[in-house]
Ligand binder design. Structure first.
Ligand code: PRP
Length: 210
């Protein structure tokens, strides 16, 4: 049995579609009204856990799941000790520094950066030798510069519409982001064949939809 940590939401739905098409189906997963968190198809040897996207890497790192699908943003932020096996080429977005179009960086004082990703923001500005003051938030990051809580934000930009609707723009690009297929290090040894079979199935599905 291979245990898969599947992120709830749009990304997980897309990945499940690929896995189902590759033979790892579990039709109960499609019942959106269900509050179940574990879905199993004994015949296909697969068990899915429906988890919060930010928690996928925790389940995989600690071996509660053998494999999972996590955004590169989460992998960069939390640096879990897992194998990153495949870039799935979906959930594509960018980690960016954003702010008002007329933003001026006053280097006489630390730059106030609001973000859900303090490690990524810190590493980025450390690389530039710029002193910053991190303001850790959990959502609606775009509000911070509007309320002058911060000078800029470090956040995910996908379509750009959240920035646009709040009169903000991308000032700098930090990192391209996409979903990755990850594996627990011990499972990688003991369930090597099953994990490789799933990886190859995902690769084949990606080829088909290219
Ligand atoms: C994410 C991100 C941006 C938005 C970007 O937020 O933090 O706010 O999506 O997407 P866009 O470029 O397509 O507009 P999310 O939807 O996760 O909500 P949150 O504000 O609660 O973090």
């Amino acid at each position: 049995m291979i245990n898969v940590a599947l992120p709830k939401g749009r990304l997980g739905d897309k990945v499940y579609e690929k896995l189902a098409a590759a033979g790892y189906e579990c039709p109960e997963l499609l019942d959106k009204k269900s509050r179940r968190l574990v879905f199993e198809n004994k015949e296909k040897g697969v068990r899915y856990f429906s988890v919060k996207p930010t928690d996928v890497a925790v389940y995989v790192e600690r071996g509660a799941a053998d494999v999972g699908i996590a955004g590169k943003d989460i992998l960069l932020e939390y640096a879990p000790d897992v194998y990153e096996l495949l870039d799935l080429g979906i959930g594509v977005c960018r980690m960016c520094i954003a702010g008002y179009p007329d933003f001026y960086d006053d280097t006489d004082r630390p730059l106030r950066v609001a973000t859900k990703f303090p490690t990524i923001a810190r590493a980025y500005y450390e690389g530039k030798g710029r002193d910053i003051d991190i303001i850790k938030l959990h959502g609606s990051i775009e509000l911070a510069p509007i309320l002058e809580l911060s000078d800029v934000i470090c956040d995910i930009v996908e379509t750009g519409s959240t920035l646009k609707e709040n009169n903000l723009v991308v000032l700098e690009e930090v990192e391209p982001i996409s979903a990755r297929f990850i594996a627990n290090r011990i499972s990688w040894q003991f369930k090597h064949e099953e994990i490789m079979a799933m990886k190859h199935a995902l690769e084949a599905q990606m080829e088909e939809t290219r």
